[in-house]
Design a protein around this ligand. Structure first.
Ligand SMILES: [Ca+2]
Length: 352
């Protein structure tokens, strides 16, 4: 017997699941199954044919060859899934052959049987090893919460632990059905239709809780499937600009307040190049086009001729008129340049 493997020796990488195609249910159903040897017509695929069965003559169970001291069976799920539970129905009344089995999940194609006759575990995850003092039930349900493409069933004789006297002396695998339940990686919920957004790693397919870390930027909630208060949109990647901080997570609309200064419109879009302030109602008056969207200060140079103030929003003409009006008896502006009516502020601009 050689390697467990097949197809290529390259590891597969996770492919994002396309919208609208979210497999759930029995992930192993009608997938490609192989085994170390086959007795008669009892091919590996009979263990994923959707008919559970209990007996070999029914035509719905797999059976490896005779006179072997080790045997394996493998199903290729076709993509990386976050597996959660594996249900096994073995040939009923033949649990002396089921005794001692190993159940693995891996996403590597080169998981191999080593020189001692044991399957190598350094590139696979051992979900379960049967080594109890009693014969196992022919129906097994094993929790195995891990990402993987392949589910591998393995057995050998003699077993390392020979405490049980009634086990078979030859390694057989006779699987009537193997059912694998879980979700595509980063999907969760009863029908796997919810998506988690964990910062690293994936999430539990039942609860959506991240395995390792917290949420990606823009996401929050116990399953990282809700936009944070100031983010919205399909990927929670758009930032809200409402004056109260929050917005509708789908539309970005400010449900309670208006937009922050520098933003306008139903989804609070940024002001255009030449406007700033609340509702983008004020016009920039800088020498160089554009200004700070919030306070109108010039990004590069000072105010245009005729304008002054920190935000270049004060007309020198109106300034001079105000100053004139504030001085009873003043006869007017004759002989004064507009610049002489203003003082230079800390921002370098003229002020009334
Ligand atoms: Ca079957």
């Amino acid at each position: 017997m050689g390697c467990v493997p097949s197809e290529t020796t390259q590891d597969r990488v996770h492919k994002p699941v396309q919208s609208g195609h979210v497999p759930s249910g029995d992930l192993a159903l009608h997938k490609t199954a192989t085994q170390s040897s086959t007795l008669d017509a009892n091919i590996a695929g009979r263990a994923v044919d959707g008919t559970i069965g209990k007996k070999i003559p029914g035509g719905h169970c797999s059976h490896t060859g005779l006179h072997q001291n080790q045997a394996w069976w493998k199903v290729d799920l076709g993509d990386v899934y976050r597996i959660q539970t594996i249900n096994i129905t073995y040939r009923q009344a033949f649990t002396t052959r089921l005794y001692g089995y190993y159940l693995y999940v891996t996403n590597h194609t080169d998981m191999a049987v080593d020189s001692n006759g044991s399957i190598s575990t350094h590139r696979g995850h051992l979900c379960y090893h049967d080594n109890g003092s009693a014969l196992p039930n022919y129906k097994q349900s094993r929790h195995c919460s891990i990402n993987g493409i392949y589910v591998i069933f393995y057995n050998k004789r003699p077993v390392d632990d020979t405490m049980h006297p009634a086990i078979s002396d030859v390694a057989y695998i006779e699987l009537c059905e193997v059912q694998v339940f879980g979700c595509p990686v980063n999907n969760f919920g009863p029908d796997c239709s919810s998506v988690c957004h964990c910062r690293t790693g994936s999430c539990n397919p039942d609860t959506g809780h991240c395995d390792v870390s917290g949420c990606q930027i823009g996401w929050t909630g116990t399953s990282c499937s809700e936009c944070t208060m100031n983010h919205f949109g399909p990927n929670c990647s758009s930032v809200c600009h409402c004056s109260d901080g929050g917005c509708n997570p789908d539309t970005g609309h400010c449900d309670v307040s208006g937009c922050q200064s520098g933003w306008t419109g139903t989804s609070c879009s940024v002001c255009d190049t030449n406007h700033f302030g609340p509702g983008c109602a004020k016009q920039c008056h800088c020498e160089t086009e554009g200004c700070n969207k919030i306070d109108g200060t010039c990004n590069v140079t000072g105010c245009q001729d005729g304008w002054m103030g920190k935000s270049c929003d004060q007309s020198k003409l109106s300034c001079s008129i105000r100053q004139s009006a504030s001085k009873p008896g003043d006869t007017g502006l004759a002989g004064l340049s507009l610049d002489r009516l203003a003082v230079t502020g800390a921002d370098g601009n003229k002020h009334c």
